[in-house]
Design a protein around this ligand. Structure first.
Ligand code: UDP
Length: 461
């Protein structure tokens, strides 16, 4: 695929074209932008999901490597302190931008100026060069990072997490298309970022094909899984803790209840399985773990009505979002985890289930073919026929032990440490390419004012 570039993009680099220093300069402090959702939130509800887990896991590990992280996120409650130390070396800064509550993600673009101003003011309180890199997550943060990058003279590394054009191409029934403003905003960030981090080769291809990204600035960094938390364990003990009978056949869905994730597919598949094997009713348990997100507020009610109309309400249990240790028990208790999404940029749930030794039946879309090794750690389903899911679940149940072993092996190939190492490499390469400016324009201007006013600096605020 030939590289197509917009004239706005910086001069592209070629690997090897720019001499790298013998020992790369590593960042000391990273500004991580997570505008619309906080790493302190419990994932599995609202706007909190895989991206929050990503930011938490990577930030902790950057700090372990001596790289301090400031995570900027929008304050959503007056109760939140402005600054929270999430873990040693990781500071969460709650930024006031718009009313605390009642503001949906779609309304946030109007708050980006307020958010950006607060980020710039925080940095201006420090010596020049306080941050070495800006890493933005999701396009809204990318817009903020773009300006911060220009102002501070440091590279912008961007992770999209989801892409509007990709999402709109695989819309679930009843799901609203992503607005044009987002598409335009994403295109701008893709054009401006010094590095684009994709979860999979498929996402990298989408960035290039749909967004004209420069392939030479686009890199694949697979996310990881916490193998200390998500590990195999005593299945019966986990079942007892989760409240599932020892001989039950357990099908599990984990994630935000929203049209994109299509939890209803699991209910349809369960109904097909009961139709062909009525005796299964005494043993079947379908667990749906998670709460609605912004686009799916009516979904739990709709799902419950669907369960009734399909005649499976007696075997379905809805479970509120779980903290990691309890979630691991749900994975261990399950025979199969089902991820029937219309689209997933990766699908951490699939990886976590496998790490707990539970095979996965997943849609063959987005990052899921990377997250699941088809035929080895689970099965991928093409198309959206419930019978296809029912058949795949039956096949997994028939050879569960073999697939469970494959699942554990496959998940063990992913790790947040490797993710973090790759990101540090990307930061270092972007820093080296950009070359740090000793004095940034904003501080040069402040210095000029200081000299003209006889030494009273007006600062950058
Ligand atoms: N999650 C959780 N508790 C829950 C449900 C989900 O902690 O009750 C976490 C889960 O462990 C996973 C993340 O939410 O890490 C969901 O990530 P995924 O990539 O599967 O989906 P996304 O939310 O990013 O669309």
């Amino acid at each position: 695929m030939p590289a197509r570039r917009s004239p706005r993009q910086p001069t592209p680099w070629r690997a090897g074209a720019v001499p790298e220093p013998a020992a790369p300069v590593l960042p000391r402090r990273v500004a991580t932008l997570s505008v619309h959702t906080s790493p302190l939130e419990q994932p599995g509800a609202g706007d909190a999901g895989g991206m929050n887990v990503y930011v938490v896991e990577v930030s902790r590990r950057l700090a372990d490597r001596g790289i301090a992280v400031d995570v900027f996120t929008r304050a959503t409650s007056s109760e939140q302190p402005p600054v929270v130390e999430m873990s040693p070396g990781v500071t969460v800064r709650h930024v006031s931008a718009g009313p605390f509550e009642g503001l949906g993600k779609q309304e946030l673009p109007a708050q980006m100026c307020a958010f950006t101003a607060a980020v710039l003011r925080e940095e201006a309180q420090h010596e020049p060069g306080h941050f070495d890199v800006v890493h933005s997550h999701y396009w809204l943060s990318g817009q903020v990072g773009w300006l911060a990058r220009d102002r501070w003279g440091v590279p912008l590394v961007h992770s999209a997490h989801t892409l509007a054009k990709v999402k709109n191409a695989a819309l679930a029934e009843g799901d609203e298309p992503e607005p044009r403003t987002r598409v335009i905003g994403e295109e701008q960030v893709v054009a401006e970022a010094d590095r684009l981090v994709a979860n999979t080769a498929e996402e990298a291809r989408q960035l290039v094909d749909f967004y004209d990204a420069d392939p030479r600035r686009t890199l694949v960094v697979p996310p990881g899984v916490d193998l200390d938390c998500f590990r195999p364990g005593d299945r019966q003990a986990a079942r007892a803790r989760v409240g599932v009978a020892p001989d039950a056949v357990v099908l599990l869905f984990v994630g935000r209840i929203q049209p994109l994730k299509a939890p209803e597919m699991l209910l349809h598949a369960a109904a097909r399985m009961l139709a062909t094997d009525p005796a299964l009713r005494d043993r079947l348990e379908v667990l749906v773990v998670g709460a609605p997100s912004g686009s799916g507020l009516a979904e739990p009610q709709r799902l419950q009505e669907l369960a009734v109309s399909l005649g499976v309400a007696d075997v379905v249990r809805f479970v509120p979002p779980q903290a990691p240790a309890q979630l691991a028990d749900h994975y261990r208790a399950a025979d199969v985890a089902v991820v029937p999404s219309h689209n997933e940029s990766f699908g951490l749930v699939a990886l976590e289930a496998q790490a707990c030794g539970t095979p996965v039946v997943a849609a063959a879309v987005g990052g899921l073919p990377t997250a699941v090794d088809d035929g080895v750690s689970g099965l991928l389903v093409t198309g959206r026929d419930p019978e296809g899911y029912a058949a795949a679940i039956r096949r997994v149940l028939a050879r569960r032990e073999l697939l469970a072993a494959g699942a554990r092996r496959h998940a063990a190939a992913f790790s947040w440490d490797r993710t973090t190492d790759s990101l540090v490499d990307a930061y270092a390469a972007a820093m080296s390419e950009m070359g740090r400016r000793r004095v940034r324009p904003a501080h040069r201007a402040a210095e000029a004012v200081r000299l003209l006013t006889g030494g009273n600096s007006v600062g950058g605020r």
